[in-house]
Ligand binder design. Structure first.
Ligand code: CP
Length: 361
């Protein structure tokens, strides 16, 4: 069975297959109208969402299926203390596939370890957001005609921006990708993405401080919101919240065919005046999210009993009681889960649930 917890759970071929299917669905919507009749998707959302939850719902409805679930875990038995594992063991009786968003990093991975139906990570804390990645890849393909060979600038909150982490991971499997990281010191990309993903896969990346110095190089400008809800210190948020604001003036040196993406919601990092620019692709990106989720749900259900589409083997993971994950937002510090770790470069060890460097107990 195939779950989607991390973008690299899909091979490059599977990713391309889902994107091509989404394009076919866009061209021939009527062919897919009844494709998943009598099939049920459960949306378990422990954290707020507009686009992801509604696009999953709309996607399933367009495929002729049904949707159940919760958008506020306080109205479920989670409020009585039910664990992620137990919740999933219950919900798999009622649904054929589950999309889960959780504020705790690694929660969808825990869900996948006990589930008899495919689990889709709809965003876990500041860790990963693989269905936004599929949305972004489809948008880049539709806006530019190709994904290989692009230069992409990620701007804003690269520390907590889970969509950035997941998209860089996915792009690391395409040819000739150049990544430019535009962020203040406080919001720089986590080390595991730079070292484990970019350096190990030979992705050309560099870090800069302003949009203006690189705008002319970019095929894609990926703007992000500074995520207030992830900060432990409000003063630090106030210091960096307005680090980057994209306006028409800053776009003057940009390529004519550049695409501006943003996972949304935006706060003030893109001025409304930019919306009228033909390169502003972020509302078209939202629409792509529905089609790519239709393709994903359809594919995961089709692949469920196909041994050619199983989860990647993680031979590098090991179980140990020697280490402690320091991340208070990791599921391993909230529920009893298997203590799983992996080698994290330079003799360090990382938690597999949240990718944080761990310490000895
Ligand atoms: N892009 C995204 O994940 O939006 P929501 O938080 O509204 O789902």
């Amino acid at each position: 069975m195939k779950h989607l917890i991390d973008p690299t759970d899909l091979s490059r071929e599977e990713t391309d297959c889902i994107i091509s299917l989404a394009e076919d669905i866009i061209r021939h919507k009527e062919r897919y109208r009844d494709a998943l009749r009598y099939t049920k998707l459960a949306t378990l959302f422990y954290e707020p969402s507009t686009r992801t939850r509604l696009s999953f719902t709309s996607a399933m409805m367009e495929l002729g299926g049904n949707v159940l679930g919760f958008s506020d875990a306080r109205n479920s038995s989670v409020s009585k203390g039910e664990t992620v594992s137990d919740t999933v063991r219950v919900v798999e009786n009622f649904a054929d596939i589950i999309a889960m968003r959780h504020h705790l990093e690694g929660a969808p991975l825990v869900a996948s370890s006990v589930s008899g139906v495919p689990i889709i990570n709809a965003g876990d804390g500041s860790h990963a957001h693989p269905t936004q990645t599929l949305t972004d890849l489809l948008t880049i393909k539709r806006e530019l005609g190709h994904i290989d060979g692009i230069t992409i600038g990620f701007c804003g909150d690269l520390k907590f921006g889970r969509t950035v982490h997941s998209l860089i991971k996915a792009l690391s499997r395409y040819a000739g990708i150049k990544v430019i990281l535009i962020a203040p010191d406080e919001l720089r990309l986590p080390g595991y993405i730079k070292y484990d993903v970019c350096e190990r896969n030979g992705v050309d990346y560099r870090e800069v401080k302003t949009i203006e110095e690189v705008i002319g190089e970019l095929d894609v400008l990926y703007m992000t919101r500074v995520q207030k809800e992830r900060f432990l210190d409000e003063e630090e948020f106030d210091r960096v919240k307005d680090s980057f604001v994209l306006d028409c003036e800053k776009l003057k040196g940009a390529k004519e065919k550049m695409a501006i993406l943003h996972p949304l919601p935006r706060v003030n990092e893109i001025r409304p005046e930019v919306d009228a620019d033909p390169r502003a692709a972020y509302f078209r990106q939202v629409g792509n999210g529905k089609y790519v989720r239709m393709a994903l749900i359809y594919s995961l259900l089709k692949w469920k009993d196909d041994s050619n589409h199983s989860m990647p083997e993680h031979k590098e993971w090991f179980e140990s009681d020697r280490y402690r994950c320091p991340n208070s937002k990791c599921i391993c510090n909230h529920e009893a889960v298997r203590p799983l770790f992996r080698e994290g470069g330079a003799g360090r060890v990382r938690c597999v649930y949240c990718d944080t460097i761990v310490s000895n107990k």
